[in-house]
Design a protein around this ligand. Structure first.
Ligand SMILES: [Zn+2]
Length: 233
């Protein structure tokens, strides 16, 4: 195996590892959380609270109606008990019964109105709950897919690391140092394959004479434009 082929093999493995690491970082961020779920949950809670508020209004009205009805019954009872002799008290009782009656009518109207509001709030709460469940379920599906992808990438990286140890061992230390320095300088790509007479990394075409020289030499040559180690394959 030529020197540059050994370097190229190491480069291929490192590139494969780099790609997977980038994907793992992206997946990690996606797994951290999803604001759509939190938003849908907040809307669901808001709608549920709104429903509870109008239901409380209905209960309050019901309670007040019961109290007023009990009061009217007591006044009726007193009025027709035969014990009230004083005309002033009789008048007062009649006025009170009448006033309670009209108050009860108002309460009944308010209750009807609140019942309509409950229907509307219930529909909104049901819709918000359904929307939340949909978002939550799709997020759960996405999460399980992402988790599976993450595990597969991690297992790839593990295998690649083992292969990398072997590929790095096969290199003379001088070549390895050169490779590592260049990799730092050249955004992770230290070795470029020359295909159809051009550098794969930067696209520079090499004159056939120069290419022939690179091929025949046992020395390592760098691309005249991007400076990467050339592997003619
Ligand atoms: Zn180049």
């Amino acid at each position: 195996m030529s020197r540059t082929l050994k370097l190229y093999k190491l480069q291929t493995i490192d590139t494969d590892i780099d790609r997977r690491r980038i994907m793992l970082i992206k997946i990690g961020k996606l797994l951290e959380g999803n604001s759509d779920v939190a938003n849908a949950k907040a809307k669901r809670d808001e709608a549920a609270d709104a429903l509870k508020a109008v239901e409380k209004q209905r209960d309050d009205i019901r309670h007040e109606r019961q109290q007023q009805e009990a009061k009217r019954t007591a006044s009726d009872k007193r009025l027709y008990s035969g014990n009230v002799k004083d005309p002033k008290e009789m008048q007062d009782l009649q006025a009170q019964i009448q006033s309670i009656g009209s108050h009860l009518e108002t309460l009944e109207e308010r209750q009807l109105f609140v019942m309509e509001e409950i229907d509307t709030a219930k529909d909104a709460a049901d819709a918000a709950q359904a929307a939340f469940e949909k978002v939550r379920d799709s997020y759960a599906t996405e999460q399980s897919k992402l988790t599976a992808k993450k595990q597969s990438l991690e297992s790839d990286v593990e295998k690649l690391r083992i292969a990398r140890v072997a590929a790095a061992k096969a290199l003379p230390s001088e070549d390895k140092d050169r490779y590592l320095k260049l990799r730092k300088l050249k955004k992770g790509v230290a070795v470029s394959k020359i295909e159809n007479g051009a550098c794969n990394a930067c696209g520079t075409s090499l004159a056939s004479g120069a290419l022939q020289k690179v091929r025949s030499s046992s020395d390592i040559s760098n691309c005249p434009t991007c400076g990467r180690i050339m592997h003619t394959g």
